[in-house]
Design a protein around this ligand. Structure first.
Ligand code: HEM
Length: 132
């Protein structure tokens, strides 16, 4: 396949694939676990974050156009509906989006514009989860 017929690269590929997504997720939960400003958000998560490190990385991979294993493992599951029962406040959404933006900036995927766009879209999504 030459360059003219090759399909455009997905955001997943441009970001650096599974390795970079997992690095972002690990940094995100490390920040949530260690920075006191995220303590309220940390408290509503389970003590063991290992399942979340797996699940969020799987969801983000599929979201960015990569492997869709997460959706195969969670048929019909909608991220927005799954969060409705959590009573996401503005403060929780801001803490989530802030930790995620920091994690992305710290990992620093090579495509800087796409990395910024990723943080922006996830911020929009976190705000859309607010129920107050
Ligand atoms: C773009 C925004 C967000 C995304 C993509 C996201 C993604 C996820 C994913 C993939 C899961 C795991 C679901 C599963 O495996 O069944 C999850 C669970 C969870 N999320 Fe979010 N989330 C977002 C925003 C938020 C916000 C703003 C809060 C704040 C309240 C939050 C709190 C939680 C909690 C408490 C859980 C359950 C964790 C546990 O059982 O330990 N999330 N989220």
């Amino acid at each position: 396949m030459n360059a003219e017929t090759a399909p455009p690269k997905t955001p997943y590929e441009l970001l650096g694939g599974q390795q970079v997504i997992q690095q972002v997720v690990d940094r995100f939960y490390d920040l949530m676990d260690s920075d006191p400003q995220y303590a309220p958000l940390r408290r509503i998560h389970a003590a063991d974050l290992a399942p979340m490190r797996h699940s969020l990385a799987g969801w983000l991979s599929a979201w960015a156009g990569g492997p869709r294993d997460w959706f195969d493992e969670n048929p019909g599951k909608c991220m927005m509906s799954a969060h409705r029962g959590l009573g996401v406040s503005r403060e929780f959404a801001a803490q989530w989006a802030d930790a995620m933006a920091r994690a992305i900036a710290d990992v620093a995927p090579p495509d800087k514009a796409l990395a910024r766009e990723m943080a922006l879209r996830l911020d929009t999504m976190a705000k859309a989860m607010v129920v107050d």
